[in-house]
Design a protein around this ligand. Structure first.
Ligand SMILES: *Cc1c(COP(=O)(O)O)cnc(C)c1O
Length: 230
């Protein structure tokens, strides 16, 4: 396959997902303009991000600090490109992540939240919630939600946008995202502006849209298979 064939595959997949998002939004009686699609580019080279940028993508997601730092540095000349950090962040890397990230979607530990405090500028933050009963999965358990939300609200330099979650593997996505929506209503009691919901991946973004997701994190459905690993 030539480079141009690979690029047209990318354009086709991007167009298909964009159409799918519009379709799911309309079915849910929602305005597609209220939904941001973040293309998760982890494990792909910076050149793929450039191709996405040329196709109009402005929001990309990464889940490893080292990789995100290198790629965002290589592409620092692309105006308006926003980097979303969607993976586990080590607190000792938090200050460095602030330099390139527009948003961190994985706030779930006091140490990371505290390390992101800053007097310079505002970083968007999503509190990640665990929708499973397994405490080993990322995210705060729903019973700790208010405590963690209060901590983010008290942290200078962080602007709470709302909640983030990954659907459980052993359950239908739709009822899990319905729980997330209910948790989001709890957050809005404390922070009326924090109404965003980061949910929905390649295989479940339609269900997420039906339950109010405002930020989709879509990888393989747009990028194709990742070159290595996850
Ligand atoms: C990789 C990843 C995604 C994208 O997953 P796909 O199944 O490729 O769409 C979304 N969210 C997080 C947190 C991820 O790590």
């Amino acid at each position: 396959m030539s480079a141009s064939e690979a690029a047209s595959g990318l354009d086709d997949r991007l167009a298909a997902v964009r159409a799918g998002v519009v379709d799911a939004a309309r079915s849910a009686g929602r305005d597609p303009a209220d939904i941001t699609t973040i293309v998760v580019t982890k494990f792909h080279p910076a050149s793929l991000v450039s191709e996405l940028y040329a196709a109009g993508v402005r929001d990309v997601g990464e889940n490893r600090h080292q990789e995100a730092q290198v790629k965002s540095g290589e592409l620092a000349d692309l105006p308006g490109l926003r980097w979303h950090f969607v993976g586990q962040l080590q607190s000792k890397k938090a200050r460095q992540a602030r330099r390139y990230a527009h948003a961190v979607h994985s706030l779930d530990r006091d140490s990371v939240i505290d390390a992101l405090a800053s007097d310079e500028g505002l970083l968007d933050g999503f509190v990640q919630v665990n929708l499973t009963d397994d405490p080993g999965r990322g995210g705060v358990s729903p019973d700790r939600l208010e405590t963690v939300v209060e901590r983010v609200l008290a942290t200078p330099g962080l602007r709470l946008r709302g909640l983030m979650a990954v659907a459980p593997l052993d359950e239908e996505a739709r009822p899990a995202f319905a729980r997330l929506r209910t948790l989001s209503e709890r957050v809005r009691v404390l922070a009326p502006d924090a109404r965003d919901i980061s949910a929905g991946m390649s295989h479940d973004y339609r269900e997420a849209i039906a339950e109010g997701a405002t930020h989709l994190r879509i990888g393989t459905a747009i990028t194709g298979l990742r070159p290595e690993g996850r």
